[in-house]
Design a protein around this ligand. Structure first.
Ligand SMILES: [Fe+2]
Ligand SMILES: [Fe+2]
Length: 489
């Protein structure tokens, strides 16, 4: 009951579709405060040819009847079959506005400009953004452009391309995109047969996202901050995590080929930063004014106490020199990169909201591991001669529970983001931190299997000798040797 009345109070209702996953998979985002105005709308993504029939009407009204930019037959064209149509509907499911974005190399941009497709793979094409006449001046046009940039960014695209009239159309004024020099203008026939030219233009996706965000009315900006930004941050982290799961260290574990030292290198490097987690959280707690966020950091801190002890027990169990790991070992340079990011956020930038991005990635990596991974790791441990494999996998096994699940650290961090990102610039910085952490982690875990494990070699024969001295792919050679021989060490 409380929830229903709460909903009635809100002025913005939001639905957004997951854009990384299957077409038109709906995610209903809970509306939250603070909103003003009286805007009720839904944003929906339609993959290519699945666009709603009302889109053709909107295009006809805007580009044929009103501006006469296009003859009726061209209001919808073959390129509408590709990419995504981002559509805004009101509460009665009336289409208020739409934009079309597609990967530039899958568009006609190269055909008109003669730019080869290979050079278009860093870009999206933004086209035919239209808002119904009665819905203009409410920020829907800017929102559509913003969501288009976001779509491109989530696909790793850096640039946005388009064709603009050779005058001062609203989109040019808003985004201040630049003409591409040295390419032909595009000649077009309008609805009444008049000929005119379009100028091929380009812009930076991040800059265009900031410009379109800044032009949004307050109520839509708040909607973006509360719902659209957290959704993008979480989806980006998920995507990076699933990419991390293709890491060669994990792949080797799942093939039951991970050696004792490849495991040792991973958990020894975990120790390098896990032992500092409570100190970093304590420091961030002390400088966080937001009481709810401060309580979150304190709670997180209390859940991390002595976790490095589990790593020490695991290391001892596999026969590693624990004293060296604790007091002498330097982290892998990529782990040091990761540690530098979080230490900088705590000690230099002192931004508790951006600091949330670090556990969002780092804890996400363990939160989404599953039983199959642990089973595979324990089979590897058995192959090293460990009688009780559970005794050497305590840290990773326990962190699937402490970091994962609905009440784990990952979900708790995720729950803190909504509304705390200040604006698009802050959001882009959060995305950059996510990438910095994810890239460092990915490289570090790849490094752990990048050298042969000489300690895992037994039954040296001529085939193996050639394998371990080859600069080619020594790990693969040793692994292949192990499969055919005694793997016990
Ligand atoms: Fe932990
Ligand atoms: Fe944790």
């Amino acid at each position: 009951m409380q929830f229903v009345s709460f909903l009635r109070l809100l002025s913005v209702t939001v639905r957004i579709y997951s854009i990384f996953n299957a077409a038109n998979l709906e995610i209903t985002l809970e509306p939250g405060p603070p909103f003003s105005g009286n805007l009720v709308m839904h944003v929906r993504y339609f993959q290519g040819s699945k666009y709603p029939k009302e889109l053709a009407d909107l295009r006809r009204q805007t580009f044929v009847d009103e501006t006469k930019f296009l003859p009726l037959d061209d209001a919808m064209d073959a390129w509408d079959e590709s990419g995504v149509h981002i559509c805004v509907f009101d509460s009665q499911d009336v289409l208020l506005g739409a934009t079309h974005v597609l990967l530039a190399e899958e568009s006609d941009f190269g055909k008109w400009t003669w730019i080869p497709d290979s050079q278009l793979k860093c870009a999206i094409l933004s086209r035919r953004t239209a808002v119904a006449a009665k819905s203009r001046n409410r920020g829907i046009f800017q929102l559509l452009l913003y969501l288009g940039m976001r779509w491109g960014r989530m696909r790793g695209r850096k640039l946005v391309l388009g064709f603009l009239e050779d005058s001062d159309p609203p989109v040019k004024k808003l985004l201040q995109c630049e003409a591409i020099t040295g390419v032909p203008l595009r000649q077009v026939s309008g609805a009444d047969g008049h000929q005119y030219h379009l100028v091929p233009t380009w812009g930076d996706v991040q800059l265009m996202a900031q410009r379109s965000y800044s032009a949004l009315p307050r109520s839509i900006r708040d909607w973006v901050r509360y719902h659209v930004m957290p959704e993008e941050l979480t989806e980006t982290v998920r995507e990076r995590i699933f990419r991390f799961y293709e890491n060669p260290w994990l792949a080797k574990t799942l093939r039951r080929e991970l050696s004792r030292n490849e495991y040792g290198r991973a958990i020894a490097n975990l120790h390098q930063y896990v032992r500092w987690t409570t100190r970093l959280l304590a420091q961030m707690t002390g400088q966080t004014a937001d009481p709810e966020l401060r309580a979150h950091f304190m709670d997180h801190l209390s859940g991390e106490i002595d976790h490095e002890r589990m790593l020490e027990a695991d290391l001892r169990g596999i026969g590693w020199d624990v004293e060296w790991v604790m007091n002498g070992m330097a982290p892998d340079p990529d782990i040091l990169n990761f540690m530098s990011v979080q230490q900088s956020l705590v000690a230099f930038e002192r931004d508790p909201v951006l600091f949330l991005m670090v556990p969002l990635v780092a804890e996400g990596l363990s939160a989404f591991l599953d039983k199959e991974f642990i089973a595979a790791l324990e089979e590897c441990a058995t192959s090293w001669g460990i009688a009780n494999p559970r005794s050497v996998t305590k840290f990773l096994r326990s962190h699937i529970h402490t970091d994962g699940g609905d009440d784990g650290h990952w979900a708790a961090v995720q729950g803190m983001i909504a509304g705390r990102i200040r604006d698009e610039a802050h959001h882009q910085r959060a995305l950059a931190i996510i990438d910095a952490v994810a890239q460092s982690m990915n490289r570090a875990w790849s490094n752990y299997v990048a050298v042969p494990d000489f300690a895992a070699i037994r039954d040296v024969d001529s085939g193996l000798a050639s394998g371990i001295t080859s600069p080619g792919s020594p790990v693969k050679d040793v692994g292949e040797h192990q499969r055919g021989h005694n793997r016990r060490i």
